[in-house]
Write a protein that binds this ligand. Sequence first.
Ligand code: FAD
Ligand code: UDP
Length: 374
Amino acid sequence: MKLLVVGAGLFGATVARERALKGDAVDVIEKRDHVAGNIYTENVEGIQVHRYGAHIFHTSNQAIWDYVNQFADFNRYTNEVIANYKGQIYNLPFNMNTFNKMWGVITPAEAQKKIAEQRAILADKKPENLEEQAISLVGTDIYKKLIKDYTAKQWGRDPKNLPAFIIRRLPVRYTYDNNYFNDAYQGIPKAGYTHIVERMLDQPNINVQLGTDFFANKETYLDNYDKVIFTGMIDQFFDYQLGTLEYRSLRFETEILNVNNFQGNAVVNYTDADTPFTRIIEHKHFVFGKGNDRKTVITREYPMAWSRGDEPYYPVNNSENNQLFTKYRSLAKEKAPQVAFGGRLGLYRYYNMDQVIAAALQFLNGGFFGDTSK
Ligand code: FAD
Ligand code: UDP
């Protein structure tokens, strides 16, 4: 088969590789000037810099961990995030260290009691939005200092108007454990993420063209390939004819500093309303300070409203947008049966890297012509 993969991110690279191994001729087009999509990393001053924000690989799926380990040697990095609220430092995710700093409690029972008291304002109501979910999980003090303003900055809206699942991404633990994730496997690829994607695409029957936008020649591409795997925005594919899906964008401000150690941790979140960025990442700490002992590279992450032409980093999965997405899926089945939509943008889902690989492999195993989201 002659296949076109639109987008050289993790979803596109996984599909391209597996189909190439089966003998298909695969053309990959990518509008950016590099492969790897948002997981792209580049060497700056001997430090692997995550150009599109901090990326930590974590999964509980053994098959996915084995799969990605074919292409990379991972270190044993564990993400332990620091929150800075007006100069006060707290550990994330929400755990006994956070509760101790917030209230002086020592035991899990004391922390549970404090949270139960604060949760009482919900009066046993089932949490229906991010604010209620957060208060139900960790109480009002933590909500006010560590969640409310960070979330409003990140998503550009009141947490009352956001789905509850977003805050459930973060563990709540009654142990003194600062690991940001609950997964069995976690790490950073020592040679960077770009190297993973380069290795995946390194097949004789895969041809990659960078700096090439599908929409510059949409009809020609659709005519010339047996099947198209599209990992860009599904609403853009249909020229926004049913309406525009909402996304959230980001601006990254990266600086090289002439100091060895700027903030002592890879990720520091700024959870107050006045600081305009959400977090600063110091890239060298993902690989334990290796690479350069005179300089460091930091990136501030500023959330931004998205409008057409901006990079769509996050889908905004509230019910209106999810309903609109469902309509686009129906349109896709009817009007573009030879196109499979995949990845964070094609499926309009807040996917992590492991979920993207899993979705791609499932799609391939499911006979390859079916639904990419099953
Ligand atoms: P993408 O990486 O977006 O790739 C899609 C590609 O398609 C892009 O390269 C794009 O340029 C290209 N494209 C789009 N339209 C066109 C077109 N018209 N023509 C040609 N090319 C096109 N996941 C984790 O597991 N751990 C983390 O710590 C983590 N941190 C994250 C932090 C941030 C700030 C963000 C935004 C995401 C994070 N993720 C994390 C999620 C991770 O980035 C995604 O799961 C993954 O990159 C999605 O891969 P993808 O192939 O679906 O999409
Ligand atoms: N969050 C928060 N305070 C923090 C970190 C996260 O309120 O210090 C909330 C916020 O709503 C965010 C969500 O938790 O969107 C998920 O956080 P995560 O770190 O998983 O976000 P991502 O890395 O995907 O941007």
